[in-house]
Design a protein around this ligand. Structure first.
Ligand code: BES
Ligand code: ZN
Length: 901
């Protein structure tokens, strides 16, 4: 803390009677540069903010007056500001008490550090003062700070003005202490065109129209962090409802589309009521607005009282949205509303604890969704989150859940599967260990204790520890302070089970992490259960002791990590694995356990700790699988295997595809192409996924049926032959047959893209386009993504290119890197370009080539993703080598391909 030392020097100097600092002022200013956090000798208490956006010139003017508490002797006020031009004549500091106006002797806007340093000629008096700053800025097109989004109204292109401040972009809209711990109240006033809707966090208290302009003043907010402040100015319609205790809830949509907001509105009202009970605390603001924004970088943002969304995550169209779209809307709304308590009311102290916000909101969103839509089996679907967390955390280039943040530029990259998915999974693991009721009680105590304040990870553990009497802090530190997770291997030896933990890495090497692992296991039946904490590397358990004589120790299936509630993998010895295969075939196991056995086996295979032959044999045991989540994972695993086999033993690819088609055909035939009356939500989602898989594996009947139905759809967009749930499957099928000489399917899809005004339809199409196996088409599609026809928020949907297209995509990325970096480099979307295009490769030469290309082009915002993607190439390359050398693989694949189910 260098600047504190300096202040001491300054104080001493004063006492010596010099009156002035002993160091030249320039050197003092230097102390504030390159620091991860602002000095806190003056902290904000309340902000008055006035903003006047000009939607035509895409500029804004603003004025802040900030009540400051000067807590230490200083001549400096240091706050955040970026890309703003400060009107130096407007800056003043009025001391309270004797009410003296001080003007800074020097104003320095340090762009690299995004700080504004105000130096005064005299030391500021301790106590409250009022800082005033006038400034101007640009309504940018980068989807962060105060930005413009565009929409069409009556055939005319128009702008709206929107804010997106998380993580650290409030400073692009007004000078402020832009750190989550610097909570203050906000009183916002907007000067906007009178015909527009102008929203902010709080309800309007006064609106004065003066010709074409109106001045809208909002109530003062409770204390909150800057990243949650929000403003939206545009043309909207809305639907409205209220909760049983009178919170007014609205969903704002494009003009004429208010109906599409009804589903989210309903979910929001019910979810607010549910959380009020769960957190034992009512929603703290008088209103909640939710707005669909046409250009939006993330999926949604939990601004206090004014939640903003991508259109796809908020709007639901009865006619044209799919079941998957509906589920997405419900879970995103539930997630953002969870933040109103977990994040907004109780806020992380620093970005190191971001996972508290995101991991927790993710976990709670499942709780809410499950309560609203029990038939969705959403807790089984939660395993998609866990497995994505395990996948990223299986990399040596992963990071701990609690991650050190030294610069604002590093924050974006930690909105990743570790913070969200591993975070949510370790919370689920802990809740499972402590029990649902006690967990909820402690949580409510934590919310109450830290309401309107900030908390760290250990504060949550302390509350849970107090409530449960369990050593939560010790247990959880092993999961949040070190990266990675264990694979627990288990084998039978002399009637005993021997457990051993070691860090799992997808590369196949062994890390040296150790965890406190909550082990659960069932033996022969879900009634015979044993739980314990594995605290050391190995442990032994006498099976007979807990089996008594209920089952036969020598043959009963033994499943660890029951219900997949723990964040670890399990490696069974051959005998135990065979018993489990038998249990799967005979339908003794739950869907979550079937999921886990398959997923662990796949991970072990990729890490070359298990042969592909044994994985394929296990997959054969799922031929009668019906569960949505399990089948869905089976599909994605099949696709990954097909890609590796195509690189390793291309002559086996057709057999492999035949085997996969055989696995999915029965379920696909059971579901057919059209919805059955009254069928479940899960079947509706499954149908599309199965048909997509069959199309990708080249199943002829599926391909031709898809194209027949697509033709009818082209003639009539409302044809019952192509309902929304199977559209993506049909589009992908159509793209499978598109080539340079047969372009019609591609052109028709582009036509549908251009005609539709439903964003979900647009993303469905974008995510299918790149799947053509013709690299020339891939290139056309990739170039289309860069055109003005695709909003920059959406380009990332089209990057999932076919294996045949990956080389073209890589060349395209290199050729267009400058443009891509300029367009997307300011936010986190750039990382998607890197990972989507680089990770599919599977050779060491390619890894080297990628490294060489980025040697001079990497930057902090992509550094981690780049390393992770290169690590994935290495993992793939090693896997390809081992599959090449696998004996008996060909025989096994042929046998499986010809097996009749
Ligand atoms: N707080 C985030 C939004 C965000 C993400 C801001 C990245 C800044 C950078 C929000 O609560 C969120 O998590 N949104 C998710 C959707 C959610 C359902 C997982 C998103 O944007 O994908
Ligand atoms: Zn979130």
């Amino acid at each position: 803390m260098l600047f504190l030392d300096l202040l001491l020097v300054e104080k001493d100097a004063k006492q010596l009677g010099h009156g002035l600092s002993v160091l030249p002022s320039l050197e003092n200013m230097e102390q504030f540069k390159g620091q991860p956090r602002l000095p806190k000798f003056a902290v904000p208490k309340s902000y008055g903010i006035r903003l006047k956006p000009d939607l035509t010139a895409c500029k804004f003017a603003g004025f802040v007056s900030i009540d400051l508490d000067v807590v230490d002797h200083t001549k400096y006020i240091v706050l955040n500001a970026a890309e703003l031009s400060v009107d130096s004549g407007s800056v003043s500091f009025t001391t309270r008490g004797i009410s003296k106006v001080l003007e800074p002797s020097r104003i320095d806007l340090v762009e690299e550090d995004e700080i504004l340093v105000l130096e005064f000629a005299e030391t500021l008096p301790i106590g409250i003062g009022l800082l005033k700053i006038g400034f101007e800025g640009t309504l940018n097109d980068k989807m962060k700070g105060f930005y413009r989004s565009t929409f069409e109204h009556n055939g005319e292109k128009k702008n709206m003005a929107v804010t997106q401040f998380e993580p650290a972009d409030a400073r692009r809209c007004f000078p402020c202490w832009d750190e989550p711990a610097c909570k203050a109240t906000f009183k916002i006033t907007l000067d906007v065109p009178s015909e527009l809707v102008a929203l902010s966090n709080m309800p309007i208290i006064e609106e004065k129209v003066d010709g074409h302009l109106k001045t809208v003043a909002y109530q003062e907010s409770p204390v909150m962090s800057t990243y949650l402040v929000a403003v939206v100015v545009g043309l909207f319609d809305y639907v409205e409802d209220h909760t049983s205790d009178g919170v007014k809830v609205r969903v704002y949509c494009q003009v004429g589309k208010a109906n599409q907001g009804k589903f989210a509105l309903n979910v929001a009202v019910k979810t607010l009521e549910l959380y009020k009970g769960y957190f034992a605390m009512p929603y703290s603001l008088p209103k909640l607005d939710m707005v669909a924004i046409p250009d939006f970088a993330a999926g949604a943002m939990e601004n206090y009282g004014l939640v903003t969304y991508r259109e796809t995550a908020l709007l639901y169209d009865d006619q044209h949205s799919a079941a998957a779209n509906k589920q997405r809307v419900a879970t995103v709304v539930a997630h953002e509303l969870a933040h109103q308590w977990f994040g907004n009311l109780v806020t992380m102290e620093w970005w190191t604890h971001l996972w508290l916000n995101e991991g927790f909101a993710t976990w709670v969103s499942y709780l809410a969704t499950d309560s609203l839509f029990p038939e969705w089996n959403i807790w089984t679907q939660f395993l998609d989150e866990s497995t994505a967390g395990l996948r990223l955390d299986g990399l040596a280039e992963s990071h701990p859940i609690e991650v050190e943040i030294n610069h604002a530029g590093e924050i974006d990259e930690i909105f990743d599967a570790i913070s969200y998915r591993k975070g949510a999974s370790v919370i689920r693991m802990l809740q499972n260990y402590l029990g649902a009721e006690g967990f909820q009680r402690s949580l409510a105590a934590y919310i109450k204790r830290y309401a309107c304040s900030n908390a760290k990870t250990e504060d949550l553990w302390a509350a849970l520890e107090e409530g449960s009497g369990e050593p939560v802090n010790k247990l959880m530190n092993s999961w949040t302070k070190q990266k990675g997770y264990p694979a627990v291997s288990v084998k039978v030896k002399d009637q005993k089970l021997v457990f051993d933990q070691s860090q799992f890495l997808s590369s196949g090497s062994q890390g040296d992490g150790q965890w406190i692992v909550p082990i659960t296991l069932c033996c022969g039946s879900y009634d015979v259960r044993k739980n314990f904490l594995l605290q050391s590397k190995s442990e032994t358990l006498d099976i007979k002791e807990f089996l008594k004589d209920k089952t036969d120790a020598a043959s009963a299936w033994i499943k660890l990590n029951v219900d997949q509630a723990g964040f670890y993998r399990v490696k069974y010895d051959e005998d135990l694995a065979a018993r489990l295969r038998y249990a799967i075939e005979n339908k003794f196991l739950s869907a979550t356990d079937r999921f886990g056995i398959l997923d662990d086996s796949f991970a072990l295979c990729m890490a070359r700790q298990q042969s592909l032959t044994s994985l394929l044999t296990l997959m054969g045991a799922y031929r009668e699988e019906l569960d949505y989540t399990v089948l869905n994972n089976l599909i994605s695993i099949s696709c990954k295997i097909a890609r590796i086999v195509a690189d390793a033993v291309p002559e086996l690819l057709d057999y492999m595809k035949q085997f996969f088609i055989g696995l999915f055909q029965n379920s696909a035939e059971r579901l057919g192409w059209e919805p059955k009356p009254g069928e479940s939500h899960l079947d509706a989602m499954l149908r599309g996924d199965l048909l997509t898989a069959l199309a990708i594996f080249g199943h002829d009947l599926t391909l031709s049926e898809a194209s027949r139905r697509f033709q009818s759809f082209l003639e009539d967009r409302n044809t019952p032959l192509l309902p929304p749930d199977i559209r993506k499957a049909a589009y992908e099928a159509v793209m499978q047959r598109v080539s340079t000489s047969e372009r019609s399917g591609y052109e028709s899809l582009l036509r549908v893209y251009r005609e539709t005004d439903l964003s979900q339809e647009k993303t469905r199409i974008l995510s299918s386009l790149a799947s053509s196996p013709d690299p020339n088409i891939t290139l056309e599609v990739l170039n289309f993504l860069l055109s003005s026809e695709v909003r920059s928020q959406d380009a990332v949907y089209g990057l999932g290119v076919s294996r045949e297209g990956r080389e073209t995509a890589w060349k395209w990325l290199k050729d267009n890197w400058e443009h891509i970096s300029k367009t997307w480099g300011a936010g986190f979307l750039i990382t998607r370009f890197v990972s989507a295009i680089i990770s599919p490769f599977a050779s060491f030469e390619k890894a080297k080539e990628v490294e060489e290309f980025f040697a001079s082009r990497s930057k902090p915002s992509i550094a981690r993703t780049l390393k992770q993607s290169i690590e994935r190439i290495h993992i793939n390359a090693n896997w390809v080598e081992s599959v090449k050398n696998e004996k008996h693989l060909a025989d096994a694949v042929k046998e499986l391909a010809y097996r009749k189910y």
